[in-house]
Design a binder for this molecule. Structure first.
Ligand code: PEP
Length: 257
């Protein structure tokens, strides 16, 4: 059975002090939640402090990016060993903002993914189509190419540790969420491609949905058979909102019962 993973992607938000305030506020709100895995990806500057604050808790530390080289003259970059050193479990790779604003290609992401796996960390690989690609009927072609390219160097023996985030670019930060049916269709396609690549292990790979996830829509999305969690941007910046997403099952129970 796949354990739901709800991860916060804070992007370029929060100082160290704000990060620690958040951690203090979140802890009592999720202390009794045992059936959902939680991760937070703060900016690099807050990783060490948050890692120390989360030690011994159920909340995992995640990084928003990594470089594939172990060390050297790569100004501004952070290695996977440095991320492991401050307690990271997960590393987000190939976010659409990295692809669109920083020119990251699938081949570049593939090298990072291999390095993350080799360090014993878990990649959260982001894939997703733009609005123009969806309107041109290219969604599945784009997803297939991103998955094939970004997973080209992936270690099959570690496939079950992989997380994929399906994030339609038109839904990120826009307030427009994919309908649960549309998201499920994309997730089923992603899982089928993962099965082509990794065989039976594809059933163990978590596929998160990302794109304007909020407390109001999380339960419906998570009810879909191939949606195994969420990568949350804007709504993860507030501990109350983030904890409400983590506690999505209560809302679902409330709606149906
Ligand atoms: C993201 O950036 O990964 C994301 C899903 O952002 P938002 O939730 O704000 O749409």
């Amino acid at each position: 059975m796949r354990v739901v993973l709800i991860a916060a992607n804070w992007k370029m938000h929060k100082t160290v002090a704000e990060t620690l305030d958040f951690a203090r506020a979140l802890a009592p709100l999720v202390r009794d939640v045992s059936d959902v895995e939680i991760a937070i990806a703060p900016p690099f500057t807050a990783l060490a402090a948050l890692g120390a604050a989360l030690r011994g808790s159920r909340v995992a530390l995640a990084a928003q990016n990594a470089h594939f080289e172990a060390k050297g003259a790569f100004t501004g970059e952070i290695s996977v060993a440095m991320l492991a050193d401050v307690g990271c479990t997960y590393v987000i790779l190939g976010h659409s903002e990295r692809r669109a604003l920083f020119g990251e290609t699938d081949a570049f992401i593939a090298r990072k993914l291999r390095a993350v796996q080799a360090a014993g960390l878990r990649p959260i690989l982001c894939v997703g189509e733009s609005l123009a690609e969806r309107e041109a009927g290219r969604t599945f072609g784009v997803l297939r190419a991103q998955l094939e390219g970004s997973l080209a160097e992936a270690e099959a023996a570690r496939a079950a540790e992989l997380v994929v985030a399906y994030e339609p670019v038109w839904a990120i930060g826009t307030g427009k969420t994919a309908t649960p049916e549309l998201a499920q269709e994309a997730h089923a396609f992603v899982r089928a491609r993962l099965a082509d690549r990794f065989g039976a292990s594809a059933q163990s790979i978590r596929i998160q949905y990302g794109g304007s996830v909020k407390p109001e829509n999380a339960a419906e999305l998570m009810a879909q058979p191939d949606i195994d969690g969420a990568l949350v941007g804007g709504a993860s910046l507030d501990p109350l909102g983030f904890s409400a997403i983590i506690r999505f099952r209560e809302r679902r129970a409330g709606v149906s019962g």
